[in-house]
Write a protein that binds this ligand. Structure first.
Ligand code: SF4
Length: 412
């Protein structure tokens, strides 16, 4: 298969064939598991039980595994475990070493190399944790880490110090202390369940947790952050959706990085969540040779809208140890944003952010659309590079007539 990233920004326009392969919806298919009964294949427990977790297994399923990948897979279980669901594995193009799906889940030896500016806790979560498993960084909301397990493991995971429990971090998720903290802090009106992946909990356990949080009067708003709709769409059962809809307002942030992750299975799973009244947003990470290309990014965000998902954040890849080989530059991120804003539906355009190293929180990063801002006017650049003036009264109060020295807005 053709490398989706062979055309960098400013390169040749994509061929119709390439665009179609990015935009169309296709099933992941069964691949090596073609003899597995459909009832098993569509059972999320079967998918979890048959995950690829060992280097030898990976090599057997993918003889084109490179020495760098095999070495990475050998060392992964000391850092961030290797695990790939059969469903997601089938999205990998084994003939393409640079396959954007492959780069996200197959370890490489480069993960063992740490740049001097990389960290094990790049967002400073541990220093903002009043009780184990809870991060309270912003005034009115908390991050509640309800599990340390995921359906599959992303090689750039910002929380790789604790997810999969491979590095000896010794994290033991528990509910009582975080819930007691939330109950004692009336300023907390928004709780984001994350981990690990909360949708790995059984329906019963998740319902118990949501029920306890809903019973706290000042908790207005619940959110779940999950990669499961893309790693394991089989988990999004009608029963799960029927349970979740009892706890509104409940939003979900999914995680997808490339249009090929949005299969017919994922589209249908997201449709079930949307039909349950759950507003869906997507969080992507800008990744080298995965989505650092405006054609790929635009196809992805447009396809997300077709799946009833609002592209929410595009993250600059955090400075997590061993991720340099996956990190695209801020310059590339800004260039992509410049080529999205105005060129496609505003709903499709995510907010590009950097999670400030050390715990400063998300900082929005935007191309420069304000060229100058004086007491009486703002000079703006639009998406086409045209310049406009927006006059305003010096003290901000509306005037019955515009100040004489300011002309009506005009294109310069
Ligand atoms: S699903 Fe989320 S928490 Fe799990 S490995 Fe991926 S980024 Fe990390």
């Amino acid at each position: 298969m053709k490398d989706d990233n062979s055309l960098a920004n400013g390169g040749e326009p994509p061929s119709d064939h390439r665009l179609q392969s990015l935009k169309g919806f296709h099933s992941a298919g069964r691949g090596f598991w073609r003899d597995v009964p459909a009832a098993d294949w569509n059972d999320w427990h079967w998918q979890l039980k048959h995950r690829i977790t060992m280097p030898e297994q990976l090599q057997r399923f993918m003889p084109t595994l490179t020495p760098e990948e095999f070495a990475g897979a050998k060392l992964a279980n000391h850092k961030l475990a290797l695990a790939i669901t059969p469903y997601f594995f089938n999205l990998i193009d084994p003939l393409d070493e640079h396959c954007p799906i492959r780069r996200q889940v197959i370890p490489r030896i480069e993960e063992t190399r740490t740049a001097s500016w990389e960290m094990s806790d790049p967002c400073g979560e541990d220093s903002h944790s009043p009780v184990p498993g809870l991060v309270h960084r912003y005034p009115d909301r908390v991050l509640f880490l309800v599990t340390d397990r995921c359906a599959a493991y992303c090689r750039y995971c910002t929380r790789s110090r604790l997810v999969s429990n491979a590095s000896g971090y010794d994290f033991h998720p528990e509910f009582d202390k975080p819930i007691a903290y939330i109950a004692q802090h009336p300023e907390i009106r928004d709780v984001l369940l994350s981990g690990g992946d909360p949708l790995l909990l059984s329906d019963e356990k998740l319902e118990q947790l949501l029920g306890r949080l809903r019973a706290i009067p000042h908790v207005e708003f619940l959110r779940i952050g999950s990669r499961i709709p893309t790693f394991l769409p089989q988990r999004i059962t009608p029963e799960l959706c029927a349970m979740l809809k009892k706890y509104h307002p409940l939003f979900m942030s999914i995680h997808s990085n490339h249009p090929r992750e949005l299969t017919t299975e994922v589209r249908d799973a997201l449709g079930r969540l949307a039909d349950a009244g759950i507003p869906l947003g997507n969080q992507s990470v800008l990744l080298k040779h995965v989505n650092d290309d405006v054609t790929v990014m635009k196809a992805h965000i447009q396809k997300l809208l077709m799946c009833r998902v609002k592209p929410y954040y595009l993250y600059q890849c955090d400075l997590i140890s061993g991720s340099a080989h996956l990190r695209a530059s801020v310059r590339q991120g800004l260039e992509i944003m410049t080529q999205l804003r105005g060129y496609t539906t505003g709903y499709a355009v995510p907010q590009y952010v950097i999670d400030a190293p050390g715990g400063g929180g998300k900082v929005p990063i935007n191309p420069d659309y304000i060229l100058s801002h004086n007491a009486d006017r703002v000079v703006l650049r639009n998406y086409e590079g045209k310049i406009f003036e927006y006059p305003e009264a010096p003290d901000g109060t509306p005037l019955s007539s515009p100040p004489k020295e300011i002309e009506a807005p005009q294109m310069i």
